[in-house]
Design a protein around this ligand. Sequence first.
Ligand code: MSP
Length: 658
Amino acid sequence: MHLESYELNRLDTMEKKHSNKFYVTTPIYYGTAKPHLGSLYSTLLADVAARWNKLYGHATFFLTGTDEHGQKVAQAAEKAGQLPKAFVDKLVPDYMNMWHKYEFEYNKFIRTTDPEHIHAVQEWVKTVQKKGDIYKSVYSGWYCTPCETYVTETEAGPTDKAPNCSSCNRETNYVSEESYFFKLSAYQDRLLEFYKNNPNFMVPKERLNEVIRFVESGLKDLSISRTTISWGVPFPGDEKHIVYVWADALTNYISAVGYGQKGHENEFNFWWPADLQILGKDIVRFHAVYWLAFLMAADLKLPKKLLVHGWIKVNQQKMSKSLGNVVDPEVLYDNYGADCVRYYLTRSMAITHDSEFSIKDLEERITSDLANDLGNLLNRMLTLAFKNNLAEVPKHTVWNEAGVDLRNACWDAIEEYEQYMNDCQYHMALARLWKYINQVNSYFHANEPWKLAKENRAEFTEIISAVCHSLYTIGFLLWPIMPKKMNELMQNLGKTVQVDSHNIIDLLKDNRWDHIFHLQITQTLFEKPEPAKKEEVMQKEKTEESAVQNYITIDQLMPIELRVGTIEDCQDLPKSDKLYQLRVNFGDFGVRQILAGVRQSFSPEQLIGKQAVFVYNLQPRKMLGTESQGMMLIAKDSDGLLRLVAPQERVANGTRLS
Ligand code: MSP
């Protein structure tokens, strides 16, 4: 379900039908590069929060999108030789497709180049200008383009040299320009007052202290326009200026739900303020200081909660293009499927801290938590029930002690899981639920239903029913994390996950364990990753098309001597079914004996007389007792098809590749 906007009449029915509303936002992603695991993570958290609220029957609105203006995007477009709009137009489908693959049920994908958004930004500027909180002056200071932000005087220190940015540590540029200023300083006290009265405004709470310290240290007025670039929202009434990209971007959270647009007042009043705004720790100041002040200045309500997540690190470092450790969510999707990756990220990343991503951990989670603990439980129960003709599990009324204990444990698990989910401590919620899954496994083992099937049918049925009720609860609770897989699990129990205006969480808590289940066997819920697959992904990590790119420097590349040579002779290497023994002529660089493992793909006739590229300075080594004095390069595609690598036209033997 992807609703682009909520119509007014639909809103009316929503207000009546749903007891509550839930509006969740993600940061909008810079239109400079394709989505990576970090952007996926922010969006996943929002999807989990939205789905969790759907289980309560709340009307939910989940907003995501792209941040398309500003110098950073303009520079990326220029580098690609394109106009900024054409450049971002190409990137947006990458985000949308990826979000669909990962089952993110967003309601709106906002782009800051949308005309409604541009209009809303200008409305905000006009409103605040009327209030007297925007004035014109001259700005001089150090500017960080990657972060689109000025370095404060305190951060820069007393220096004439360009200071590095306090956030990304890259070099800054000195700029001096006429600018419109927002009277941020006027909001210092109101902000501090707000933090004091809302100690739970930010998750994790500790981050709020950092914000308080920053605000207490003194707020300077904020430059909110630029004249040095043109790619942005024209400043109303003075089109020499464009609106500063952060003032433009932050406004998306209100423009998406109708701010500043005639006829959308009800929509705006219904959804705003946001219930949860998700962001990474690098952009806290923009959200917890500037954004709140911008809202105060326009007399708008403030968001209810900010969830600040840590960074996903690879090899102990934040993912970044320049470090070459960017994980491609597409590769993960292709190899493990959306739900397993969703589970791993919510379970293993401690939301409020930085966490290390690794394929090994991902595979271990899939194997132990999903395939063993949960998948096997379902499997064993289904197989046993079918083997003993119990596809229809009848309603059970009187439970013995073990059944009552398990039911109580189930209710406890729901209560505690609910608490963690509402506090956005998703990794804790999952750890708690797994404790229960293990209890169900122990119950199943301890009661040995396979021994009772014939001799005590009533008890056998009770055990199957208890496991079904447990899985039914688990299925709902895990649906926000793994929607597709939990729909499948429910199908195995003859149930469906249907979210509407009913409060499913309350229904689960009140559930007396009196359901009837119509069991169905379908395909295995979770497959363990095959060792081959692991190898494949690891291998991919090492290559160019990989999830993690391992760049080498030019200095590492230069010593590799690649030369063109002609294959003059080709013989089978005795005792080997793969290797050929080649005689290769490198002209002035001599003739060499080189072994190549291409026997299965080429006959000697296909090689003799051909030119190919060789690593000429590889240390000689012996294979099956014969020395190889170099290595032939081969192109191998994903189907295993081999092709020689050679210049398009003949060149002198010994020619070096540069
Ligand atoms: N465009 C701004 C946000 C404007 S919101 C009004 C921006 N964009 S971003 O694309 O650079 O980053 C968006 C989000 O992705 C941030 O919350 C950031 O923390 C998150 N991530 C980027 N890399 C990350 C990791 N390696 N790990 C987790 N999330 C990180 O900032």
